[in-house]
Design a protein around this ligand. Sequence first.
Ligand code: AG3
Length: 276
Amino acid sequence: MDIWMEENHTDGYRVNWKISELLWREQTPFQELMIVDMFDFGKALILDGAVQTTEQDEFIYHEMISHVALNAHPDPAQVLIIGGGDGGTLREVLKHPGVVRADMVEIDQRVVETCKRFLPGIASGFGDPRAQLYFEDGARFVKKTQGQYDVVIVDSSDPTGPAVELYGPEFYRDCFGILKDDGIMVAHAESPTFFTAYFKAVWRNMEVFPRRNVYLTTVPTYVSGFWAFAIGSKKHDPSKARDDKHAVDGLKCYTRDVHGASFVLPPFIQKIIDQV
Ligand code: AG3
């Protein structure tokens, strides 16, 4: 008998995934965590019923959330990741030879432990000596840290469970405060077509930065596939990839050309932004 898992995107839009095997399921102190083996997309992390990452297409999201900011900044040595418990963003950040330290703040220790066990290809960076892991609330961390970062990356789940505070203006102001004078912050901004309210909220929050942009990619296993990131910068133009002195070879999605192209917005997305 086939097993199908249903993911509710909106009241009128659900997706069904054929599952080869349910590998893990538990209720953590923060959320329901599942690892499934999908018929079409390899192993996947599911939090509170929402697909977070799959072995097949995780590289698109993780490369695009990491390398755009890291290549727009001339010298990204100190990096902070908020969320990102599966480790995919950390893995990408650590590919940059200029990164001296990557702090990662994940609220749910069980996500990290479970991904290390079932998704080792994604959760591969935790042993790197440059990586420092904190299991605590990201919103609280950015309020009290004395750290000064070049780049802050917000790799969270939807604003429905433990990540709610990461979608508020206060969190963005705090991130601004812990960035150096030429720092850059990037946050995934949900589906600009199906989760427009979340998308607008992230864009609005970025107004603390003198420069802000939206860039796009396509993640087949996310709601509608069309996926946005919002990027705020104190100084450098985020849409320009700097020269290739720290270029990372062998990426599957990100290139300097893709960097520039991802900032080209179709008019209907530009219109949403203009009306916020
Ligand atoms: N973070 C964004 C996932 C959002 C998925 N939403 C949904 N399926 N409704 C992914 C974290 C990967 N490191």
